[in-house]
Every structure is written in C-alpha cells, then in structure tokens.
Design a protein around this ligand. Structure first.
Ligand SMILES: NC(=O)c1ccc[n+]([C@@H]2O[C@H](COP(=O)([O-])OP(=O)(O)OC[C@H]3O[C@@H](n4cnc5c(N)ncnc54)[C@H](O)[C@@H]3O)[C@@H](O)[C@H]2O)c1
Length: 354
C-alpha cells in the first residue's frame, strides 16, 4: 500500500494537542490521525512559534519543523497538507480594529493550491468573506487538489444510518430539517449547515434567511468584528426547508412525509420513526455503528479521492456553497432578515471568526 506524506501548518490544538482535552478517545488532532492511519506518514510541521515546533517534534517524533509554510512545502514535498491555524490569524475573540480583514485559512489554502499540493485538509471556515471563498474555489479547482475541510460530522460514521434512512426513502419525502443548539455563525453553524446539507444529500441551496441573536446589531462598513450567535432558515432545491433552533445539544432531525429520523446528543444516539398501520409514527430499529475517528476518515477520504481521481466527500464546491449560506445569514441580518439567494451576499462582507 502506498503511504502519503503529511505536513501540518499550525501546531496548536487541532494540529497537535487536542487529544489531551478528553473530547474523544479516538485520534482527533491531525497529527494523531495521520499517525493512526496506515496510509499516511507524518513528516513535517510548521508554526510561527518556535516552542510549538519543539513540542510537536518531541511529541510526534518528527524532526522536520519549520516556521514558514512555503519553506516546509518546498523542502518536504508533502502529498497532503493540513491547515490548522485559526481563520482570522489571531487568538483574540474579536478583531483588533474595524478594518481588520486578515483571512489566514484562505491565504494558506490558495498558496498551497498554487504550489500544487495534491491533497488539502483545511480547518473551517475556509474564509471570512465570499471574495476570499471565491478565490479558494478558483485556486483549488484550477490545481485539481483533493480538498476537505474540518466539518467533521460529514465524516462521523454515527450519522451514516441517519443519512441512509433519509436518502433510502425510509421517511418518505424529506420536508424539514431541524438543527438544535445555540451557536455562533462561522465557528458553529458552518458545522450545523454542513451537516444539514450532508444528511439530505447536498442539494443546491436556493435561499437563506437569518438573524443575529442581538437582533438590533448594526453591521457597519461590511465588517462584523466578532463571530455572532445566530439562527437561520435555508431552502434547498427539491423543497426541503431547514431551521435552526437555538437550544438543545447538537441534535438534527429530518422530518419526511412518512416519518422522521433524529440524531441525539451530538451523534451519540439516533432514532427512526415511520408511519405504521395505525395512527402516529412507530419506532423502527436503526444500526448503531461503533464510532471511528472522524479525522482519520476525512484524511483517508482525501487519499481515496486522490487515488481514484474522484470528488471528496467535502469537496471544494460544497464547501463554497455552505460558506456562502453561512455568510448569507449575516447578509440577511443586515437586510432585516429577508430571504435571499446565497449569490446575493456582498462579496466583501467580512465576518471575523477563529
Ligand atoms: N474541526 C474541529 O473539530 C476543530 C477543533 C478545534 C479547532 N478547530 C479549528 O482549528 C483551527 C485552529 O484552532 P486551534 O484551537 O487549534 O488554534 P491554536 O491557536 O491552538 O493553534 C493554531 C496555531 O497556528 C499557528 N499559526 C498561526 N498562523 C500561522 C501561520 N501563518 N503559519 C504557521 N502557523 C501559524 C499559531 O501559532 C498556533 O500555534 C481553528 O480554525 C478552529 O476553528 C477545529
């Protein structure tokens, strides 16, 4: 079996240390996931902070560390690069000024695509504005790099039976999807919107509306200096409508003409109900897979796509669509909550996030 060389940009939590936080016993950092996969070899890492490089080197037994991405890629010629920096290039929770428009995920992704790296894992969200997301789409499409982002429920096998119930027609015609949890827009709802889309087979998004939790907040100069808590509605091609409910613990329910399927407690459990002979909907068994590492699945999906010349599960077009829907919530808030097509988002509207 061919093994592929992995390099990581940003050796903080997601790049190297998040496994220490107890979220899951499965490999979670990109470093742990790369070392857990027989198809991958962790060969290098880079961080602006020398101490992070030293800690990474010692922890993972990788001597090739750099303080700059370009030098690392030129020297190491990795097959797969993972971008694990923060999106807006700072560990502050708010933009330092009203004209701060730093967009590190987009900058690094575009440059890595231009440098011809064949496989890219990019932490979410991929950009802070649609101007930059459009550039990412163009650069990755031109390079042909296999591309996934860190929206990991798409790679979580516990959501598989839920999606199969929907796409296999067990609940009849899907009509409404509900996401339950209070969440920030670009850090959190990029996940919720992506999962909603994934569960119903990634149809095109026709229109979006939404608002910030602070309904009176006024967006000035196309710049939101923090990641706002928000709620949304989305309408998909084919007629499915999605709603976010700002309460509960990361649950998703798909309601159809003949039943419903719901994922509970952040994927821990799921239940299918279908129309029976009598009145109401009856519970039907649903497989409960043993969880596997989402990050290993995501990285191995890149390898599968690269080897087969096929699209990845979270390819750049679907990432672009979900990013546009997310930013459309901010655009809708600016326009008093009206429904709008995702393409109507002001390309320069910038929403700061980590
Ligand atoms: N998908 C998930 O489940 C998940 C979980 C945690 C974090 N994240 C995401 O991962 C990203 C990183 O978050 P984190 O908590 O690991 O941050 P972090 O601050 O712990 O790590 C980021 C590292 O990147 C380095 N860095 C910044 N700019 C750089 C550059 N240009 N070149 C090289 N290194 C650079 C920083 O010095 C820092 O060490 C965020 O976008 C966050 O949303 C995703």
């Amino acid at each position: 079996m061919k093994t592929y060389r992995v390099a990581i940009v940003g050796l903080g939590r997601m790049g190297s240390t998040i496994d220490d936080e107890g979220h899951t016993p499965l490999p979670y950092s990109v470093a742990a996931a790369a070392q857990a996969s027989p198809r991958l070899e962790l060969v290098a890492g880079c961080d602006l902070v020398a101490d992070k490089c030293a800690a990474f080197s010692e922890r993972w037994g990788v001597s090739a560390t750099y303080q700059g991405m370009e030098e690392m890629v030129k020297q190491e010629r990795p097959d797969l690069v993972a971008v694990c920096t923060r999106a807006a290039g700072t560990d502050q929770r708010e933009a330092p000024s009203s004209n701060y428009r730093v967009d590190v995920h987009a900058d690094l992704t575009i440059r890595l695509a231009e440098m011809g790296v064949p496989m890219l894992y990019v932490e979410k969200a991929v950009a802070c504005s649609m101007a930059r997301a459009d550039e990412v789409l163009a650069a990755v499409t031109a390079s042909g790099s296999a591309f996934n982002t860190g929206v990991l429920r798409r790679f979580d096998n516990r959501y598989g039976p839920v999606r199969e119930a929907v796409l296999g027609g067990r609940i009849g015609e899907p009509r409404v999807v509900i996401h339950y949890a209070s969440s920030s827009l670009l850090h959190g709802h990029i996940h919720s919107m992506d999962t909603v889309s994934w569960l119903i087979g990634d149809p095109a998004i026709q229109s979006v509306r939404g608002e910030f939790e602070d309904t009176d907040y006024e967006i000035v100069d196309g710049h939101v200096p923090f990641d706002p808590r928000a709620t949304y509605q989305m309408r998909f091609e084919g007629g499915v409508e999605a709603w976010s409910v700002p309460g509960g613990y990361w649950e998703f329910e798909v309601l159809g003409s003949q039943g419903s399927v719901r994922s509970f407690n952040n994927g821990t459990d799921a239940q299918l109900r279908v129309a029976g002979e009598g009145r109401g909907w009856e519970i039907e068994p649903l497989p409960a897979p043993t969880p596997t590492s989402t990050v290993v699945s995501c990285l191995e999906d890149l390898v599968d796509a690269h080897e087969a010349g096929q699209a990845t599960r979270g390819h750049v077009r679907v990432t672009h669509q979900i990013t546009e829907a997310c930013l459309a919530v901010a655009e809708s808030h600016r326009q008093a909550g009206r429904w709008l097509a995702p393409s109507e988002v002001d390309r320069n509207l910038y929403v700061f996030h980590i």
